[in-house]
Write a new protein. Structure first.
Lengths: 307, 282
C-alpha cells in the first residue's frame, strides 16, 4: 500500500458521556486464546480444502502438508477455545443445542466435526490404517474447510462492539483472504516446490482480497474505522498489510528458490497472526471508548429524524 | 399461580425524576441475590462508587452533577417585604442540579445476550424476563460483547456470566423484586409492563405540563432497536449523560445478512482454491 500520510483528522468530535466511562463491556475473551483461535481455525480450514484438491490433482506432498496443518490447527483451536471458557469442564455444553442465532453455537457445530475429520484424515494417512475412512474424512473436512475460514467473522460481527459490528460486511472477506494466505503460507514453508503452483496462485488471490478489504476497514467505516488505524491495533494492521504484500511478492519466486518459498510462507503466516490480533484489538479499543458508541448512534438518530 | 400463557410480561419502570440516590436498591439487590462485594473502590468522580453494571453490580445508581441556567425571576407581586433588599445579579448565579438514576438490566424484547448464548443457559422466563441458568452457563463469554447496553459480565472469580434476574425467585413466590421493594420513593416501580407503560406516559405528560420539558422515556418504545425494554426509564437529559447508549440495536438484527455474507465468502474461498488447482500441472 502507498506510504501516503493522511491529512490531519477531522475536528475532534463532540459527545457527552457518563464521566468518560465505557458504555459497553469489552469482549470477555482471553488474549491470546481467541485471536489465536481465529488464526488457527482459518489456516486449518483452507489447508483441509487444499489437501482435498491436492489429493484429487495428484500432488501427494502438498496433500500431506495440508492434512497435517488442518489436523494440528483444528486441534489447537479446540484447545484454545476450551481454555478460554470460564468453566472449561463444561465445554460439552457447547453441543447441548444448535442455535442459528448464535454464531458460537453454529461455529461449535462446524469446529467439532471438522477437527475430528481432519484428525482422522491425517492419522489414517500417516499410519496407513483405515485408508478408505481416512480418505472420506479428508474429503468431508475439505468441504467444511471454507466454512471454518469465514464463520469466525460472524462470531465477531454479531456483537455490539462498534468496530466489529459496523465491519460486518467486510470481516468475512478479510477473514477469507487471511485464511487462504495463512494456509498457503504453511504450504509454502513445508510442501515440495514442484507442487507449489496452485498454492502461489491461491495465496495471491487471498492477498489481493485481504489488502483491498483492509483498506476499506481502515478508512471506509467513519469514526469506527479509527481503532483500525490507531494504537496497537493500527500497528498490527499495518504490519499485516506489509507482510501480506511481502509474502505475495516473494511467493512469485517460490517455485525456483526454497529460500523465497520459506520467506514467503513465514511472511504470510505472520501476516495472518497480525490481522487476527489487529482486528481483535480494534474491537476491544472501540468498546473502551464511549465515543464509538455515542457518535455513530447520534448520527443514526439524526439521519432518521432528517429523512 | 397463573397457568402457562396467562402470565403477563413483567418489568420495571424507573422514574429517575424522584430518585434520591440512596442506593437502597443496590444494597437490597446484593443482599437478596448474594452478589459479592467489590471491596472499597472510590472512583473520585461523584457519590457513585459502583461505576457501572456488571457481574457484581445488578443495580447501579448514577450521579450526574450539572450546571443549570439560573431560575427565571419570580413574578413581582408588589407585596410588602422584610429584610434587606435583594441585589440585582443574585438571580443570575448559575445553579447546579443533580441527576440520579438507578440503572439495571433492560430485559430486552430482542435480547442480544440470549440470542448469542451457545449453550441455551440464557433463557426467557414466563414473566418475559431474561435469566442465566447458572447450572448450564459454561462461561464462554459471548453474551458480554453482545449486550448493546454493556450489562452482563463474566465474574472472574467464578468464570460464569451474571446479571439481574429481575428476582426470578421472588417473582415465582408472588413477591416484587428486592430493589423495587426497598426503593423509598417509588422511583423503581415493578409491575405488568403494559400498565407501567401507561403510567409512565401519564407521568411524562404531568412533568412536561408542570415545567419539566426535558422529561422523556427511554426504552419504552416497542419499535426501537431492541424491540423495547422490559425495564425502561424516565430521564431528565439525553441517555448518554447517564451512561446509556442513545440508540441501542440488538446485534442479531443484522445476523441473516452476516450469515449470507459469510456464506458467500466461504464459496469465494472454495472457488478460489478450485480455480487455483485447475490448469497447469505445476
Amino acid at each position: 500500500m502507498s506510504p501516503r500520510r493522511e491529512p490531519a483528522m477531522v475536528d475532534p468530535v463532540e459527545f457527552t458521556s457518563y464521566y468518560g466511562r465505557p458504555i459497553l463491556k469489552e469482549p470477555a475473551w482471553k488474549q491470546p486464546d481467541v485471536p489465536l483461535y481465529l488464526f488457527l481455525g482459518g489456516a486449518a480450514g483452507s489447508s483441509a480444502t487444499m489437501a482435498s484438491l491436492a489429493t484429487l490433482t495428484g500432488r501427494p506432498g502438498l496433500a500431506r502438508v495440508g492434512r497435517l496443518v488442518a489436523a494440528a490447527g483444528a486441534s489447537a483451536s479446540v484447545v484454545a477455545l476450551v481454555h478460554d471458557l470460564g468453566r472449561p469442564a463444561r465445554f460439552l455444553h457447547m453441543l447441548r443445542v444448535l442455535k442459528p442465532t448464535s454464531p458460537l453455537s453454529v461455529g461449535s457445530w462446524i469446529l467439532a466435526p471438522f477437527s475430528g475429520l481432519a484428525a482422522v484424515s491425517a492419522g489414517s494417512a500417516e499410519t496407513g490404517l483405515l485408508r478408505p475412512v481416512g480418505k472420506l474424512a479428508g474429503a468431508a473436512a475439505g468441504v467444511l474447510g471454507p466454512a471454518m475460514c469465514t464463520y469466525t467473522a460472524v462470531l465477531l460481527a454479531d456483537t455490539a462492539t462498534p468496530s466489529w459490528h459496523e465491519a460486518r460486511r467486510h470481516l468475512p472477506v478479510l477473514f477469507a483472504g487471511s485464511a487462504v494466505t495463512s494456509g498457503a503460507g504453511a504450504a509454502l514453508l513445508a510442501a515440495p516446490s514442484a507442487e507449489l503452483g496452485p498454492v502461489v496462485r491461491a495465496g495471491l488471490a487471498g492477498a489481493v482480497a485481504e489488502l483491498a478489504v483492509a483498506q476499506h476497514l481502515e478508512h471506509g467505516l467513519g469514526i469506527v474505522s479509527e481503532p483500525y488505524r490507531t494504537g496497537r491495533a493500527g500497528k498490527l494492521m499495518k504490519a499485516a498489510r506489509g507482510l501480506t504484500a511481502a509474502g505475495a511478492a516473494l511467493s512469485l519466486a517460490a517455485r525456483r528458490s526454497k529460500v523465497a518459498a520459506v520467506a514467503s510462507g513465514a511472511a504470510y503466516l505472520a501476516a495472518g497472526l497480525c490481522t487476527r490480533f489487529g482486528v481483535y484489538q480494534a474491537g476491544v479499543a472501540s468498546a473502551q471508548d464511549p465515543k464509538y458508541v455515542v457518535v455513530p448512534q447520534r448520527e443514526r438518530l439524526a439521519q432518521a429524524r432528517g429523512d | 399461580m397463573a397457568e402457562y400463557g396467562e402470565q403477563p410480561r413483567m418489568g420495571f419502570f424507573t422514574d429517575t425524576s424522584v430518585c434520591i440516590g440512596c442506593k437502597a436498591c443496590e444494597v437490597a439487590c446484593k443482599e437478596w441475590n448474594e452478589v459479592p462485594g467489590g471491596g472499597l473502590d472510590l472512583l473520585g468522580t461523584s457519590y457513585d462508587n459502583t461505576g457501572d453494571l456488571g457481574a457484581n453490580a445488578w443495580r447501579h445508581v448514577a450521579f450526574v452533577e450539572q450546571p443549570v441556567p439560573p431560575a427565571p425571576p419570580a413574578v413581582e407581586l408588589g407585596m410588602p417585604t422584610v429584610g434587606a433588599p435583594t441585589q440585582d445579579g443574585d438571580a443570575e448565579e448559575p445553579g447546579v442540579r443533580w441527576l440520579m438514576s438507578s440503572d439495571v438490566c433492560k430485559h430486552c424484547t430482542h435480547a442480544g445476550c440470549l440470542d448469542v448464548c451457545p449453550t441455551g443457559a440464557l433463557f426467557r422466563t414466563e414473566f418475559g424476563t431474561v435469566v442465566v441458568q447458572q447450572d448450564i452457563c459454561n462461561g464462554c463469554g459471548y453474551c458480554v460483547p453482545a449486550c448493546p447496553y454493556g450489562v452482563i459480565e463474566r465474574r472472574e472469580s467464578d468464570g460464569r456470566a451474571f446479571k439481574c434476574t429481575l428476582c426470578y425467585d421472588r417473582l415465582g413466590a408472588g413477591l416484587e423484586p428486592a430493589c423495587a421493594k426497598a426503593c423509598p420513593t417509588d422511583s423503581i416501580q415493578f409491575g405488568v409492563l403494559d400498565e407501567l407503560r401507561e403510567r409512565a406516559d401519564e407521568r411524562v405528560r404531568d412533568l412536561r405540563g408542570s415545567g419539566v420539558p426535558e422529561a422523556r422515556l427511554y426504552g419504552r418504545d416497542p419499535d426501537d432497536g431492541v424491540g423495547g425494554d422490559g425495564a425502561f426509564f424516565l430521564l431528565l437529559d439525553e441517555p448518554e449523560v447517564y451512561g446509556f447508549p442513545p440508540d441501542p440495536v440488538v446485534p442479531t438484527q443484522h445476523l441473516p445478512q452476516m450469515w449470507k455474507r459469510a456464506g458467500a465468502a466461504a464459496l469465494g474461498v472454495a472457488g478460489t482454491l478450485v480455480v487455483s488447482f485447475l490448469g497447469r500441472r505445476r
